[in-house]
Ligand binder design. Structure first.
Ligand code: SR1
Ligand code: MG
Length: 414
């Protein structure tokens, strides 16, 4: 399945038109005749080709895997990532139907995935770079993470179902390798994939790498990521994986889906809001971003706990984890579980910030700052904050402690 077979062809816009025309259920969504459809390439991420096809009745988004990384053709890659994205959507869509897209079609020979078109939506990273956004967007992502992870965890289903799904997603090894290398390994060692433009960052990078306590924490997080299959993760929940309007928010791009610790998804989302905070030209948008992080976490915690309290466990008594029949002690155990997710979230948040500044795949957010000096100052401050997130000495026991620390670091960089 993973290597191109004889039938595989990389599509261009004309190929997309012909492909959609050949799939009756997709052609019907667009309406009209294929000759009247608008087809345009909108590839934006690092890995795949993406097209929008629109007709008089509606549109679809078609994504095709390439046998290499889109932004680096010398980096060869198997094609099966589209399979995992389709499988992820099929698993989580029933639990978050208004917060992601439905898989309309998957082609296992052409490695094509088709979902509904979100042509009226903006990428959240771009929206944040352009100005204020509706803070409810973060609340919706809190819902998304709570619902998608709870539903695929042992708290919601008998272990046999969970383990079968784990077997499936354990095969997503090419993209898991990217995560393990790019987020949790490379930035802490000299590696040709790392880069940064500002020479002022070099002493900060050297200090990071000389910090043995920090490196031990990252080591522990890497092991934790690979050995704690708490729930099915999106696996790449940055602000480029979220499309939004004022009142509608969808999570896209679940190709990195894998079982892992829930704090990984939460940490990546929060880290990318923080990158936006450190790169925002004036301090005026800080409170919006702080509110977003707070709302995200409050909603995540509330929704996850409510699902846990109210969902009738299946008949199997072996799934009654922290049963409410245990009285107050069950609450204590549930809260301890949520607290451990917060600790994971803070750790993975630190690693995501670091890799987006000195690793392979940077973020566009800092390009809104006017000069290289401004960019260096803010990136240094973000790295200092990430270092604190990964320091065993930093006392962070609640989301409020975390936000206080963040504000302190942000103020210093002004
Ligand atoms: C080679 S892929 C680099 C990055 O792009 C994806 O969106 C993931 O974030 C990955 O780490
Ligand atoms: Mg992506």
């Amino acid at each position: 399945m993973a290597t191109p077979n004889q039938a595989y062809r990389t599509l261009d816009a004309a190929g997309v038109r012909a492909y959609v025309a050949n799939q009756a259920h997709l052609a019907k969504r667009l309406g009209g005749t294929p000759a009247t459809w608008q087809v345009r390439e909108v590839s934006d991420g690092n890995l795949n080709m993406v097209f929008l096809a629109e007709g008089p009745a509606g549109g679809v988004c078609l994504k095709q895997a390439l046998p290499h990384v889109r932004v680096d053709p010398s980096w060869k890659m198997p094609l099966d990532r589209t399979f995992f994205e389709a499988a992820y959507l099929r698993e989580v869509f029933p639990h978050v139907p208004n917060l992601t897209t439905e898989c309309l079609h998957f082609d296992p020979e052409q490695f094509i995935l088709v979902v509904e078109s979100l042509s009226g939506h903006k990428v959240l990273r771009t929206a944040l770079m352009q100005g204020p956004v509706n803070p409810d967007i973060a609340t919706r992502i809190g819902q998304f993470v709570a619902r998608s992870t709870f539903a695929t965890s042992l708290l919601a289903e008998p272990f046999e179902k969970v383990m079968n799904r784990r077997i499936c997603f354990a095969r997503n090894q090419t993209l898991t390798r990217i995560t393990v290398d790019l987020i949790l390994t490379d930035p802490y060692i000299p590696h040709p994939r790392n880069h940064w433009a500002e020479p002022e960052l070099t002493p900060v990078v050297n200090a990071l790498r000389a910090n043995t306590a920090l490196r031990a924490r990252v080591d522990a997080l890497r092991l934790h990521f690979l050995s704690n299959p708490q729930a099915l993760l999106h696996g790449d929940l940055h602000t480029g994986s979220i499309m939004t309007t004022e009142d509608d928010t969808r999570v896209i791009d679940g190709e990195f889906a894998t079982y892992g610790p829930i704090g990984f998804d939460a940490g990546l989302f929060i880290a990318n809001v923080i990158l936006s905070l450190f790169s925002s030209p004036s301090g005026q948008n800080s409170s919006l971003r702080i509110n977003m992080i707070n709302s995200f976490w409050q909603e995540f915690e509330k929704t996850f706990l409510t699902l846990w309290q109210t969902q009738n466990p299946p008949q199997d008594p072996a799934t009654h984890y922290y049963s409410t029949a245990l009285g107050p002690i069950s609450q204590t155990h549930k809260q301890a579980f949520l607290n451990s997710i917060l600790q994971d979230t803070i750790g993975f948040c630190g690693t995501e910030i670091i890799r987006r500044i000195i690793g392979y795949a940077h973020v566009a957010d800092f390009s809104t700052l006017p000069t290289p000096t401004h960019r260096a100052t803010r990136k240094k401050a973000a790295l200092q904050f990430a270092t604190a997130c990964l320091s065993p000495q930093t006392p962070i026991f609640s989301i409020q402690d975390f936000l206080d620390l963040l504000l302190k670091n942000r103020e210093v960089s002004n």
